[in-house]
Design a protein around this ligand. Structure first.
Ligand SMILES: Cc1ncc(COP(=O)(O)O)c(C=O)c1O
Length: 387
């Protein structure tokens, strides 16, 4: 029997799990036009408002004039431009590590790094709620794969204690992408060290946002390369552009250049993207007021949501999900918000666990007080509260 996509789709629809694309007709901003309708956007990862920043746009344009569009080849053939190289050096300096290595996406960075650092005979330990790319990297690696309870250093400790593997790699999100909470990095780092394991952190949602200087979840906790030797960051979220990097020691990066298959066997990013990212990184560093504004916006939203009786966890960052439960209810809440002019997508399984479909609300430094207050008003109408 051959696979029947039509009946698989019918089954997905029956579970209210069907997903579709909406067509965006404007640049990323707090106001977007989507499917022909104006909406105030509360679901982008453009946390600092850099995706459409004039200086970043200008750097991209200049990059195209200087480099053309395509990079032409993989980094190891003839695609590694001076723009890529300069960005790597700046990212290494920003993260306080000897070297950084660009990847074309965060998904590819995570697949490539985990599968290069662990293989048959090794064990990879991952938080249950890690991003799909980290989980997929663990599965792809061929190593023994153990998931530990979410954000639970004791569960990790117990799993490490049972392990006989010579090489052990502990992998976690810094800020969990669908829950908004932080990994308990100081405890995980201590447990990893005591358990003779490497610790790898994917700080896709912390970089640029957390810490006084925007160096992310590690800066927030006062940790550095000795505690977290493998650090992944993405460029398509707070930095507003596209791509990803891993930062670490000289030998780690040199090894990844040899062995990370998603680095070796793919075309390098367009150099103009690297040029644009160099400028957005400079803005991240030189304009801390963006982070301060984002913090104020998060505080304002949380205070308003609490006064409406919405239960939010202790979430310091821009991801503030409201867990609804059933898929159909989350879709309906998202639709009602849309009617009131707000774009907040419903996140459903398999992205999150069954029964925890949610509105993934994200704040940006670019939101105005009026936009946040408007969202709160709309939430009060659109999301039924339990009595
Ligand atoms: C935690 C985390 N890591 C990695 C990625 C993947 O990054 P990219 O979009 O650059 O592939 C994402 C989301 O996209 C993410 O949320």
């Amino acid at each position: 029997m051959t696979f029947d996509p039509a009946s698989a789709l019918a089954e997905i629809k029956a579970r209210d799990a069907y997903r579709w694309r909406r067509i965006v007709e404007s640049p990323q901003d707090t106001r977007v036009v989507i499917d022909g309708l104006p909406r105030v956007n509360f679901c982008s990862n453009d946390y600092l408002g850099l995706a459409n920043h004039p200086a970043v746009r200008e750097a991209f344009r200049r990059g195209v004039d200087r480099w053309g569009v395509g990079s032409g080849a993989s980094h190891l053939v003839c695609g590694h431009s001076a723009a890529h190289h300069a960005l790597e050096e700046e990212l290494a300096e920003f993260t306080g590590r000897p070297r950084a290595l660009l990847f074309s996406t965060g998904y590819m960075a995570n697949l490539g790094v985990v599968s290069a650092l662990a293989g048959r005979g090794d064990t990879v330990f991952e938080d249950r709620l890690n991003h799909a790319s980290l989980l997929d990297g663990g599965l792809l690696s061929g190593a023994r794969f153990r998931r530990y309870r979410h954000a639970d250093a004791r569960a990790l400790e117990a799993a490490l204690a049972e392990s006989r593997a010579e090489t052990r790699l502990v992998v976690t999100d810094g800020v969990f992408s669908m829950d908004g909470d932080l990994a308990p990095l100081p405890e995980l780092a201590r447990v990893a060290r005591d358990g003779r394991a490497w610790l790898m952190v994917d700080d896709a949602h912390g970089l640029g946002v957390l810490g006084a200087e925007g160096r992310g979840t590690l800066e927030h906790f006062g940790l550095g390369a000795p505690e977290v030797p493998v650090l992944v960051g993405t460029l398509g979220k707070a930095l507003g552009t596209f791509g990803a990097f891993v930062a670490g020691s000289e030998s780690l990066i040199d090894y990844l250049i040899q062995r990370a298959r998603t680095y070796v066997y793919t075309t390098a990013l367009p150099p103009a993207v690297a040029e644009a990212t160099r400028v957005s990184l400079r803005l991240v560093r030189e304009e801390p007021e963006r982070r301060e504004r984002l913090r104020c916006n998060v505080r304002r939203f949380r205070a308003g949501a609490a006064s409406l009786g919405f239960g939010l966890g202790d979430l310091p960052g821009p991801i503030q999900p409201l867990v609804i439960g059933a898929n159909a209810d989350a879709l309906e809440a998202s639709r009602r918000l849309g009617e009131r002019g707000f774009l907040v997508s419903a996140i459903r399984p398999p992205t999150v666990q069954a029964g925890t479909a949610r509105l993934r609300i994200t704040l940006s430094a670019a939101h105005s007080n009026e936009q946040i207050d408007g969202l709160l008003e709309a939430l009060a109408d659109a999301v039924p509260q339990e009595a």
